[in-house]
Design a protein around this ligand. Structure first.
Ligand code: GLN
Length: 239
């Protein structure tokens, strides 16, 4: 099987290293014997709609607004959603998929794929995140790093991705991210798929690869990060 991974605008939505998610997926997919094609779509390129798995990363307000404008034209991601293909969107990318978001003080229209609005918070949310996934990905905990000025308000009844144990995630509801059909949003950089092998395997399964197992090294990295976070939480509790 061949899997086509489409990384959207890593040239402008690459500030936080989320393009690493594509590398993790490539590596994992190949470990199952599949072949991979990684398409990095530049900000001036046409977004292919025949991919198997789509990735969007985080970025500053200016590039985020530009990326949203480009993705309005021809609505390629809406077509991807209609095809039921998985999309993983991080931070600025996650906000873009909602109904509206704020960049450089202006409220801008999102792609209306997720029933959510992102609005400025009173303080910037920066630091490590520890959360409990609310979907079965074979991990009790997820870790990541967040750095954002806006929070995301999900419509009532919309399922978040994880319950926050440390950090802010969506900002005020005690949860991080969202899961709507095969679209997953999160505030977690890291990159999230390097730190959370279960989520990477889940996405590849959604893309049609069947059961995928992470390597020992990948699981070890996850455990190291989770343990470091728990130990640091303990220190805070005891202080
Ligand atoms: N510009 C957005 C915010 O500050 C997204 C930041 C990011 O992608 N890390 O909320």
């Amino acid at each position: 099987m061949n899997i086509k991974i489409v990384s959207i605008f890593p040239d402008v939505l690459g500030t936080y290293g989320d393009q690493g998610n594509a590398r993790v997926l490539e590596y994992l997919a190949r470990s199952t014997g599949a072949t991979t094609e990684l398409v990095s779509v530049g900000i001036n390129d046409v977004v292919p709609v025949d991919g198997d798995l789509y990735l969007l990363g985080g970025g500053e307000d200016g590039p985020q607004a530009l990326a949203a404008r480009r993705l309005q034209a021809g609505a390629p991601l809406q077509r991807v959603v209609e095809r039921g293909r998985p999309i993983l969107a991080i931070c600025a990318g996650y906000q873009i998929l909602g109904r509206s978001f704020v960049a450089e003080g202006k409220t801008l229209p999102g792609l209306n794929i997720l029933p959510a609005d992102s609005v400025p918070a009173t303080r910037r949310m920066v630091g490590e995140v520890l959360s409990e996934p609310l979907i079965g990905i074979g991990q009790a905990l997820m870790t990541g790093f967040e750095n954002h000025g806006s929070m995301t308000v999900l419509d009532d009844g919309v399922e978040p991705l994880a319950r926050i144990r440390r950090g802010s995630g969506n900002g005020r509801d005690g949860y991080d991210g969202v899961i709507v059909g095969s679209v997953i949003g999160s505030y977690m950089h890291g990159p999230i798929l390097a730190r959370n092998p279960g989520l990477a395997c889940h996405l590849l399964s959604c893309a049609g690869l069947g059961e995928v197992q992470p390597s020992r090294r990948h699981r070890q990295l996850h455990h190291e990060r989770a343990r470091a976070q728990i130990e640091s939480l303990w220190r805070t509790v005891r202080a």
